[in-house]
Design a protein around this ligand. Structure first.
Ligand code: ADP
Length: 190
């Protein structure tokens, strides 16, 4: 199962991806996690990405496309994977399509967690308050708002992109977490 989880910051993609990973063995591939690991390790990629991420902007497409291209070659993703945080714009989606085509394969589904913006802004304020001086440099209110704005501008058009390809499955991300998991499983026929 090759899957994309789509949805704005704070929609619960990470939580749901983790659950699918634990239950079905599909590997969660989070470009955000991979980039944070690169920053922590002080690699060239990390050095390039650090300030951009702290502002809530997108790192260059070739960086994340390269990371994903390498990662999906690893043997541990044989049962499938869940892309979390990638693709984030149409150019990345096109690069992914090309990459998979080159391997003679394609995505199985794109699940969008649909959430209300006003609730997200509330969650954002809470998350920012809880993580003051915390683990993520981009969990301050300003960077979170920027991430939400970037989502609307660059990532939201992916719903139409995948709808056009007949791949999109929308799930109500406002329900409680277990119910969201059930809806994702139903949408995927799991
Ligand atoms: P969120 O919790 O906002 O969904 P992520 O952990 O997925 O955040 O990503 C954190 C940051 O990492 C983003 O704001 C961006 O700077 C960078 N990033 C992650 N994935 C991508 C991507 N596919 N393209 C460009 N930048 C990315």
């Amino acid at each position: 199962m090759k899957l994309i989880l789509l949805g704005p910051p704070g929609a619960g993609k990470g939580t749901q991806a983790k659950r699918l990973e634990d239950k079905y063995g599909f590997v969660q591939l989070s470009t955000g996690d991979m980039l944070r690991a690169a920053v922590a390790a002080g690699t060239e990629t990390g050095k390039k990405a650090e300030a951009i991420m702290a502002r809530g902007e997108l790192v260059p497409n070739e960086v994340v496309v390269g990371i994903i291209a390498e990662r999906i070659e690893q043997p541990d993703v044989a049962k499938g994977y869940i892309l979390d945080g990638f693709p984030r714009n149409v150019a990345q989606a096109e690069a992914l399509d090309e990459m998979l085509k080159g391997k003679g394969t394609a995505l199985d589904a794109v699940v969008e967690l649909v959430v209300d913006d006003r609730i997200l802004l509330q969650r954002i304020e809470t998350r920012a308050a809880e993580t003051v001086g915390g683990a993520r440099a981009d969990d301050n209110a300003e960077a979170l708002k920027k991430r939400l704005a970037v989502y609307h501008e660059q990532t939201a058009p992916l719903s139409a992109y995948y709808k056009g390809k007949g791949r999109l499955k929308a799930v109500d991300g406002m329900k409680e977490m277990d119910e969201v998991t059930r809806q994702i499983e139903a949408a995927l026929g799991l």
